[in-house]
Each structure stands twice: as structure tokens, then as C-alpha cells.
Ligand binder design. Structure first.
Ligand code: DOR
Ligand code: ZN
Ligand code: ZN
Length: 409
């Protein structure tokens, strides 16, 4: 294959360590085929899939079931998260042997598919993972505390109860971030904080890092490009995501932290739902999250063009840092001996984001109409082109599972 790359930039493929690809259980929202096509077009060559599927990825058999579905369909490489539950602490090693690449803890969230384990079970799991050398990704959001506080405020009859709660909503995140960092320091477990949404977490993250805790942190485009100010444009229901986008004033410090490396990684929390699941009239019925895997690189390259960061800084947060955090030394960089996971980008290509053109089944995007400058034009996974000029061309089944770093060592 002869490739004309004149006028293009060559980057390592992006590694997105936080996606919800929905199978098994929710193939109406997304399939491994549609999702990995979206990833490929978006310049993403490796993804790590979250365990809140049906069944939840909480046992060796569930890991194997998901792997079988992914192996048949994927056109990019993938890792599988195992779920930390209340009662599966003895199975973590067996889940690794079945193919899990890392683990996910829902700390305090009220996801029915992924209930929060007790603090005791969390510490036990961290201790086990420390022994195995495996990183645990944490959804750090103490939703029960927030709900209880909300109830109390409402009962108190404060006229500004809603506004007051909104102002303090991010404490639910900050508390869980710092608690998980303390548990990580105590046990020696490596952790990764998912979807950081609040500037108030940053001092706690810096503190944990200064104490030598092996803690990595990610944020996602919606916390950088959106705020509660967008709810009038998009509707608060449509904008619903967990954790929520914050008031204006958080994005700036999150950008700064991402660029200075306090926040290590850019992921997406790609969480597609069908358009009508996103547009329900009652906010609590409205499904949280939106697709992101196909639009992230375009949004970020636009910021490179605007001078907010350099291309090298983008590559660090989107490729190299995730590879290093999750033990993928053979990916995420352009060096002799690594996988030929490559994306060619046209930094001058101008366009607009259009949900209808996205490959995700749940393609309603909060970035509808955003003007972008810079686009991935060819994506290669292990030397083979899987997307070209906005079209997926990869063979389903070409995607391979990436193992856990120490599982084979
Ligand atoms: O917004 C979200 N959507 N946050 C989560 O933690 C789960 C995700 C989903 O699965 O839809
Ligand atoms: Zn989450
Ligand atoms: Zn998520």
C-alpha cells in the first residue's frame, strides 16, 4: 500500500481508556461494530470498554462473553474492564486470566448495573489489585450523599435550595476522589480517576501525587467545551451526564491542569443512547451521557489550531499517557518496535460536526454544528487502514484484545 501523506501530520493512534460500547445487553444503543467504526473514523486505535453492560462484566464468564462479541466485530484494538463488585473480590485474578485489561470501580454512583461496593470491599479489592499490579479506574462520585443533602435542603424550604445544591454538587466528586486516593495510598493500588469534572478536585489530586500515590486522572471533552450555560441551547435533560458538566469557571482550570499534566489523560466517556432516550421530558428519565469517540480528536485539533496547546501536548494526553498508565508500551508512540497504530491528520481541514454523519447508533451529539479545523483522514491499526476520509473501511474482527500489563509477566 502506497500512502501519499503530503501536507498531513503523522500521529500515534489515540487511546481512549473510557468508552461504553454497550454489548452485551444494549445493542439498540450501540454495537461493537458501530462503535469501533466511530472510533476508527475518529482517529482512535485502542479503546477500553466499561463494564456496566448486561450482564455486568463482573465474572470471568462475563469477560469471556464480552470478548467473544468484540473479537468478531471490532475494527480497532480493545481492552475490557472488569467490574469491582461487593462480592467478586476472589475472582479478580480469574477475570484477568479471562482477558480483563483493567478494573473499574463505581465509587458512590447509583448505577443499577454497577452498585457501589462498601468501603471495606473497595479496600480489599485495591489490596488484591496492588498485588497484581493492575490499575483500577474509579468513577468517583458520591451520589447518595448528594441526594440526601438535596432532600434536606428541599425540606428546609430554602428558596435557593436548588441553586445551593448546584453550587455544592461537585463535593460529591471531590469527596470520592480524595477517598479513593487515600485508599490507594494505604494499599499501594494504582488508580485512575475517571472523567474529572471539577476544578475543586485538582488540589486533592496534586496532593496525592506529591505523596507518591500512583494516581492518573482523565477528563473528557464535555467538561472542557461545555458548561451549565449550554443547558438553554441543548436542554438540561439532553445535557445530562454523570458526573454533570459544571458551572462556567471549571473548564478553564481543567484545561490548565490537562496541559500542565496534573490531569494526565484525555478520554471521552463515550456513552451513546438513542435520541429519544436523550430527549425525555423528566430529567431523571433522561439517559446520561453522549457519544464522544468520533468527535474528540476534531475538537482538540481545533484547539491546537487556535493555539491553546501544541500538537505534542495533545499526543501526550491522548496517546502516550494512556499507553503508559495502562501498560501498553507497544502503543501510543511513534517508535521503532511499537504497533503501527497511526493516524494521519489534516490540520487544515475545516468542517462542522453533524450528528447525522456520526457512526455511533446513538449519534445525538452536544457538539452539533461546532465548527472544527483539523481532522483525522486515515487511521491504521497494526499497519492496516481501518478508516479513510471519514469512512470506516476496516474488516470486522481485525481488532484485537490488549492484555493486562502484568497478567502474562
Ligand atoms: O453519563 C454517564 N453515562 N456516566 C456514567 O457513569 C455511565 C454512562 C452510561 O453508561 O451511560
Ligand atoms: Zn463513570
Ligand atoms: Zn463512563
Amino acid at each position: 500500500e502506497r500512502i501519499d501523506a503530503r501536507g498531513l501530520h503523522v500521529l500515534p493512534g489515540a487511546i481512549d481508556v473510557h468508552v461504553h460500547f454497550r454489548e452485551p445487553g444494549f445493542a439498540h444503543k450501540e454495537t461493537w461494530t458501530s462503535a469501533t467504526q466511530a472510533a476508527a473514523v475518529g482517529g482512535v486505535t485502542t479503546v477500553f470498554d466499561m463494564p456496566n453492560t448486561r450482564p455486568p462484566t463482573a465474572s470471568p464468564a462475563a469477560v469471556a462473553e464480552k470478548d467473544a462479541l468484540a473479537a468478531k466485530q471490532a475494527i480497532v484494538d480493545y481492552g475490557i474492564y472488569g467490574l469491582i463488585g461487593e462480592d467478586n473480590g476472589d475472582e479478580l485474578k480469574a477475570m484477568l486470566d479471562a482477558g480483563a485489561s483493567a478494573f473499574k470501580l463505581y465509587m458512590g454512583s447509583e448505577n443499577p448495573l454497577a452498585p457501589c461496593p462498601s468501603d471495606g470491599a473497595i479496600v480489599d479489592a485495591f489490596e488484591t489489585l496492588a498485588g497484581l499490579g493492575i490499575r483500577c479506574t474509579v468513577h468517583a462520585e458520591n451520589t447518595p450523599i448528594l441526594k440526601r443533602r438535596g432532600e434536606r435542603l428541599r425540606r428546609s424550604g430554602r428558596v435557593d435550595a436548588a441553586a445551593h445544591l448546584e453550587q455544592h454538587a461537585d463535593i460529591a466528586t471531590v469527596e470520592a476522589v480524595s477517598r479513593s486516593a487515600i485508599f490507594a495510598e494505604w494499599t499501594g493500588c494504582k488508580i485512575h480517576i475517571a472523567h474529572e469534572s471539577s476544578r475543586h478536585s485538582l488540589p486533592h489530586i496534586r496532593f496525592a501525587k506529591s505523596r507518591g500515590v500512583d494516581i492518573t486522572v482523565e477528563t473528557c471533552p464535555h467538561y472542557l467545551f461545555l458548561s451549565t450555560d449550554d443547558s438553554s441551547r441543548l436542554g438540561a435533560n439532553f445535557l445530562r451526564v454523570k458526573p454533570p458538566v459544571r458551572e462556567p469557571g471549571h473548564a478553564g482550570p481543567l484545561w490548565d491542569a490537562l496541559i500542565d499534566g496534573t490531569i494526565d489523560i484525555l478520554s471521552t466517556d463515550h456513552a451513546p443512547h438513542l435520541p429519544d432516550e436523550k430527549r425525555r421530558p423528566v430529567i431523571w428519565d433522561c439517559a446520561p451521557g453522549f457519544p464522544g469517540v468520533e468527535t474528540s480528536m476534531r475538537l482538540m485539533l481545533t484547539e491546537v489550531n487556535r493555539g491553546r496547546m501544541t500538537l505534542c501536548q495533545y499526543v501526550r494526553m491522548a496517546c502516550r499517557a494512556p499507553a503508559d498508565a495502562f501498560g501498553l508500551a507497544h502503543k501510543g508512540r511513534l517508535e521503532v518496535g511499537v504497533d503501527a497504530d497511526i493516524v494521519l491528520v489534516d490540520l487544515r481541514a475545516e468542517g462542522r460536526i453533524e450528528g447525522a454523519l456520526l457512526h455511533s447508533l446513538g449519534n445525538a451529539t452536544p457538539y452539533e454544528g461546532f465548527a472544527t479545523i483539523g481532522m483525522p483522514v486515515r487511521t491504521m491499526v497494526r499497519g492496516r487502514t481501518v478508516a479513510l476520509d471519514g469512512r470506516p473501511v476496516g474488516q470486522p474482527g481485525w481488532g484485537r484484545r490488549v492484555g493486562a500489563p502484568s497478567a502474562s509477566a
